[in-house]
Write a protein that binds this ligand. Sequence first.
Ligand SMILES: NC(=O)c1ccc[n+]([C@@H]2O[C@H](COP(=O)([O-])OP(=O)(O)OC[C@H]3O[C@@H](n4cnc5c(N)ncnc54)[C@H](O)[C@@H]3O)[C@@H](O)[C@H]2O)c1
Length: 241
Amino acid sequence: MRPFDLTGRRIMITGGASGIGAATARLCAQLGATPIIADRQDAASLRDEILAAGGDAETVACDVTDRAAVARAVAASGRIDGLVACSGILPFEDWDSPDWDAAFARTSDVNVRGVLLCARAVLPGMIERRDGRIVLVSSVAARMGGLLSGPHYVASKGAINAVLKWLARRGAPHNVLVNGVAPGLTQTPMVAGQQANLAAIPVGRSAAPEEIAAPIAFLLSPAASYVCGLMMDVNGGVYMG
Ligand SMILES: NC(=O)c1ccc[n+]([C@@H]2O[C@H](COP(=O)([O-])OP(=O)(O)OC[C@H]3O[C@@H](n4cnc5c(N)ncnc54)[C@H](O)[C@@H]3O)[C@@H](O)[C@H]2O)c1
C-alpha cells in the first residue's frame, strides 16, 4: 500500500478556486488525483496551472447554495470518490449592526446548508460503490470562539462540527468515511487585511494554506482508512483538544 497516494481518485473540492481549497486541489493533483474544482468563481487559471504542471484537473461552476446547481455539477462530474467541502464565507458585520441578521442568514446558507447540499448530492454514488471520503472544513472558531470571527460564523462552524457526526454515522456502514479539519488562522483572501493577535497562537504565526491542505489530503488517502467522524484540529496550538 502507498498510504498517501491518491492516484485515480476523483475529488470534488468546493471553494476550490481560492485559498485552502486551491492548495488542496494542487496537492491532490500532485498525489495523483483529479481535483474537480467546484466554485462560484472561475477556476480555469488554476486548472490550467495544474495541467501545465503535468497533473489532471477539472472545473465545474457551482454556487453551493443553489440546490439544482449542486445537483447539476455532481451529475456533470461523473464518478466522485471524494468531496472536500471547503467553500465558505466570513462576513465581518458586528452583531449590533442592522445588517447582521442578513449576514447571519448568508453565512448559515453558504457554510451549513451549502455543505449539506453537496454532501447529499455525492453520497448516493459513494454508497452505491461502497467507496467514498468526505472532508468538511470547519474552523478553530467553533472550538474556542475565534480570533477574528463573529457569532454568525462561529455558529455556522459549530453546526458543521455537529453534522459531521451525523454524516459520519450515515456513511460509515457503506464505507463512506466522513471527517473534517478545523483550521486556525490561515493566510488566504478570506482574512486578507485583518489584524489578528499572533501572540494568541502558540506557534506564533498563521498557517499557509498548504499546511491545511496536507491534513485534508491525509483524510482522503488510504492512510486514513479507519478514521471516521474525526474533526482534526490544525491550528498551531490555539485550541488543544
Ligand atoms: N482562512 C482562514 O483563516 C480560515 C480559518 C478557519 C477556517 N477556514 C475555512 O476554510 C474554508 C476555505 O476558506 P479560505 O480561507 O480558503 O477562503 P477563500 O475566501 O480564499 O476561499 C473560499 C472559496 O469559497 C468560495 N465560495 C464562497 N461561497 C461560495 C458559494 N456559495 N458557492 C461556491 N463557492 C463559494 C469562494 O468563491 C472561494 O473560492 C472556509 O470554509 C473557511 O471558513 C478558513
